[in-house]
Structure formats: structure tokens, C-alpha cells
Design a protein around this ligand. Structure first.
Ligand SMILES: [Mn+2]
Length: 240
């Protein structure tokens, strides 16, 4: 049954909000993959509209992402795939001003949706890391689902800098903003380090691709249920 849902997920037309809502209803009622699912998350402001009909932390890595920022669609697809998260996300906003509002609000929305799906964090592994290379660069991500929001982005690339942009104007700075708003809304401690010698125009794609894959993998490990925790909150204090 879940396989049929994935077929429908692939065919889902995100321009039709009704179709999104019907899919979310069916997905949540028919999924046999556990209950760490957020359905019908919505965040609407005068600047942006973001809908997440489905986020399943214990999914298969299927996604359908439409943010109107092509590069970000690619990054979030990689994040879902490597994190085994099922994610349907549709976003639009005042990109005629610039990408700043929409980009940051997507980070906020994703953070809130993950927080909702994770609930009280009982039984989770909590801390994890992942390192991913891409050609001549690499990214390292450390995650602690600690209920203490902190974000540390270390750029050890050979002079790439936060100002670097792709042809559509997406920048390293925007990626950093999105990741920071995601970490702070989800209340996790997130460290991201990028490293490498590439500094050509298209190098940003490599650094960020490695970072989003590593983030998916680290968050997948950190959110996984460890049976040895026996459903306890993963803190020696007894509370996160
Ligand atoms: Mn790519």
C-alpha cells in the first residue's frame, strides 16, 4: 500500500493544493511506517506561503519539492533522499524582492515540521555526525537534538566565501541562513564544516551538495530509535 502511495507522490501535481491535501490524508491514514509524521503543516505570512502536506521521519527518502528556487529544490531532494525522509513541500513568496524571505521561511517551516514530527524525542539516538565528499571538497555535519538551539558554520574552503552565488542568485550566505533558521526552530545544536580547494564558479554546488547530504544522513542517525533507550528521553537529566 505504501508503494502505491509513493507512485502517487511521484505523480503529485504540486500546483494543485487540493491534490496535496488529499494525498496527505491518504498518506497519513495508510502509512504503516510508524507515527513520526507531520501532516498538513502550513505557514503563511504576507511575504511567503509554505505548505508541507507530508513529512515522515521514518520514510523511504521519497520527496516532491517545489520552492520556486531550483537549486534549493535540488538540495532538499538530496537531504530527503539521504535522510530517508518522505517530504512533500511547496513554497512560494515575494522572490521579486529577493530570495531572502522565502529562503529563511523554508528553513523555519522545515524546523517546525521536524519538531512536530519528533514530538518529545523519547528513545532517539540524539547525537550523530556524517561526512560526505563531493569531487575535491567535503562537508562534515554534527547534530545534537538537545533542545538547545545553536548553529556553527565553519567555512574552511579555499577562499570561496559566503558571497558566492550561482547563476540564479542563490548564495552560500542564503544556504547558511536557511540552515541556521532550521537548526534554531528545531532546537538542535548543528555544526557544519565545509572544506576543500575548489573555488571556481560552480564550486558552491559541490560544497552545498555535500553539506545537505551529510545533514540528511546525520539527522537520520540522530532521530533513529535506539531500542536500548527503552523509550526514555535521551538525557542523563531525564529531560531535554
Ligand atoms: Mn547536484
Amino acid at each position: 500500500m505504501v508503494k502505491d502511495l509513493y507512485e502517487r507522490l511521484r505523480k503529485l501535481e504540486l500546483t494543485d493544493e487540493g491534490a496535496c491535501a488529499i494525498f496527505a490524508d491518504t498518506y497519513v491514514s495508510e502509512s504503516d511506517k510508524g507515527d513520526r509524521i507531520t501532516d498538513k503543516y502550513e505557514r503563511k505570512s504576507r511575504e511567503t506561503q509554505i505548505v508541507i502536506p507530508v513529512l515522515n521521519i521514518d520514510g523511504s527518502g521519497e520527496s516532491k519539492i517545489s520552492t520556486s528556487i531550483g537549486f534549493l529544490d535540488h538540495m532538499l531532494t538530496l537531504f530527503s533522499y539521504h535522510g530517508f525522509f518522505d517530504l512533500v513541500l511547496k513554497a512560494a513568496g515575494d522572490t521579486h524582492v529577493d530570495k531572502h524571505h522565502l529562503n529563511e521561511d523554508i528553513g523555519i517551516a522545515l524546523g517546525e515540521a521536524f519538531k512536530k514530527a519528533l514530538g518529545d524525542c523519547r528513545g532517539i539516538t540524539r547525537t550523530a555526525s556524517a561526512e560526505v565528499p563531493m569531487d575535491m571538497v567535503s562537508a562534515k555535519v554534527l547534530v545534537d537534538i538537545s533542545n538547545r538551539p545553536a548553529f556553527n558554520f565553519r567555512d574552511k574552503s579555499a577562499g570561496l566565501g559566503l558571497g558566492v552565488k550561482d547563476k540564479e542568485g542563490y548564495s552560500m550566505h542564503l544556504a547558511r541562513d536557511l540552515l541556521e533558521s532550521f537548526a534554531k526552530k528545531l532546537c538542535i545544536n548543528l555544526h557544519i564544516e565545509i572544506e576543500g580547494e575548489e573555488k571556481e564558479e560552480d564550486a558552491m554546488h559541490h560544497y552545498l551538495e555535500a553539506a545537505f547530504k551529510a545533514l540528511g544522513m546525520a539527522l537520520d542517525k540522530a532521530t533513529r530509535i535506539d531500542p536500548r533507550r527503552a523509550g526514555e528521553v535521551p538525557s542523563s537529566k531525564g529531560i531535554l
